[in-house]
Design a protein around this ligand. Structure first.
Ligand SMILES: [Zn+2]
Length: 138
């Protein structure tokens, strides 16, 4: 299991749950990671979690993973890993070469992590198949 989420993949096990159209090339910092994703696979689930701070957070999982209070700590560690990665200027530059991080943007990202680090998942509010969400919106 990676320390951060991958586009189009299960938050817990990293298995693709969307059709991966394009990956980053071998010479890229993010080599092999999904770059462009298409339609959801039948196994793609969107779960809405209620956080202790009162916010909701939507996350994507595969239908095989156990999303429950037992796995909330692992899920949260991964969400934090993704936030942490977004603070890394090398990663940000790799994602978008023309992006210039300002001190204000970096401060905003750090504040986001502070706000979420103790804002833990309490329970699952809803669970939907991504294929049904996708069918409704297309
Ligand atoms: Zn999974």
């Amino acid at each position: 299991m990676l320390e951060h989420k991958l586009a189009g993949c299960c938050t817990l096990c990293d298995k693709p749950v969307f059709n991966i159209i394009k990956k980053y090339p071998n010479n890229h910092l993010l080599a092999g990671e999904p770059r462009t994703v298409g339609e959801p696979l039948a196994t793609a689930m969107r779960l809405t979690l209620l956080l202790s701070g009162g916010e909701n957070m939507d996350l994507t999982f595969c239908s095989d993973c156990d999303v429950s209070p037992d796995t909330f700590p692992a899920i949260w560690k991964k969400v934090m890993g993704s936030f942490k990665r977004e603070l890394d200027p090398v990663y940000v530059k790799a994602l978008n070469p023309s992006f210039i991080s300002t001190p204000e943007q970096m401060a905003f990202r750090r504040k986001t992590i502070r706000d979420f680090v103790f804002n833990l998942p309490l329970f699952i509010l809803s669970k939907e198949k991504w294929s049904e969400i996708y069918a409704k919106s297309n």
